[in-house]
Design a protein around this ligand. Structure first.
Ligand SMILES: CC(=O)SCCNC(=O)CCNC(=O)[C@H](O)C(C)(C)COP(=O)(O)OP(=O)(O)OC[C@H]1O[C@@H](n2cnc3c(N)ncnc32)[C@H](O)[C@@H]1OP(=O)(O)O
Length: 208
């Protein structure tokens, strides 16, 4: 996991399905946007990211996990730790992560990217308000964790969330590490951990 300037390969866009819509293969228009595309984000995506983030968090808690400057900074420093889901070219959901190098997340983790480390700090997962409760958050998180398994050197992902989202992350395979020392605007968080490679390890040792 290195900076793209160090020739780190980024995730090439991949598509869930091509826009067929009854149009025959031969007659399909060449410049139609993909129906569904997953790719790493870059600083050009920051405004779209921040619009979804602002709507999701400011109206609820008054605070965004990341400011626009922080989004720009992380997407510049570690785009390979982000993932966006685009439909017809529009961002509908995203995850932004950065590198971290301690057992537990600390306040500095909120603004810092530690390169070449084994731990990803998942800063934010957010789904556009029109697309919530359709399974998109769970699917994007699952794809992100699958993708991280393929990034050399990574061993685990950490995040903090409010208590009501613990079941959501537990379902995705995260385990509680206990209350976080991080507090934002007097809110308390649970810290959760996902071990990457756990399944690969289980498969390798299952005798199958
Ligand atoms: C590290 C962090 O970023 S923590 C902050 C997470 N992000 C936010 O809170 C931003 C606003 N919310 C969102 O963007 C979305 O609602 C997300 C990311 C929380 C969930 O994504 P969605 O696409 O809506 O969730 P999805 O449809 O996959 O639902 C999965 C499950 O989570 C549950 N869930 C989703 N949102 C919530 C919520 N706000 N409170 C309680 N449960 C929830 C659903 O009920 C569902 O449970 P079920 O399968 O038992 O019915």
């Amino acid at each position: 996991m290195t900076h793209p300037d160090n020739n780190s390969p980024l995730l090439k866009p991949f598509f869930l399905k091509t826009p067929v819509g009854g149009v025959s293969h031969m007659r399909r228009r060449r410049h139609t946007l993909p129906a569904s595309e997953f790719r790493n984000l870059n600083p050009q995506d920051a405004i779209s990211v921040f619009e979804i983030e602002r709507e999701a968090f400011v109206s609820v808690s008054g605070e965004c996990p990341l400011t626009l400057d922080e989004v720009l900074s992380f997407l510049g420093q570690c785009p390979e730790l982000s993932l966006g889901w685009f439909e017809e070219g529009q961002l509908v959901a995203f995850i932004i992560g950065s590198g971290w190098n301690k057992d537990r997340l600390a306040q500095e983790a909120m603004t810092q990217h530690v390169p070449d480390t084994t731990t990803v700090h998942v800063h934010v997962l957010s789904v556009h308000r029109h697309c919530r409760q359709q399974g998109k958050g769970s699917i994007l998180l699952w794809r992100y964790l699958q993708y991280l398994r393929g990034v050399p050197g990574l061993r685990r992902a950490l995040l903090i969330c409010e208590e009501f989202l613990v079941p959501f992350y537990r379902k995705a395979g995260f385990k509680e590490k206990g209350p976080s020392s991080i507090s934002v605007a007097n809110m308390c968080f649970q810290e959760m951990e996902y071990t990457l490679g756990g399944l690969a390890y289980a498969r390798r040792n299952s005798g199958c």
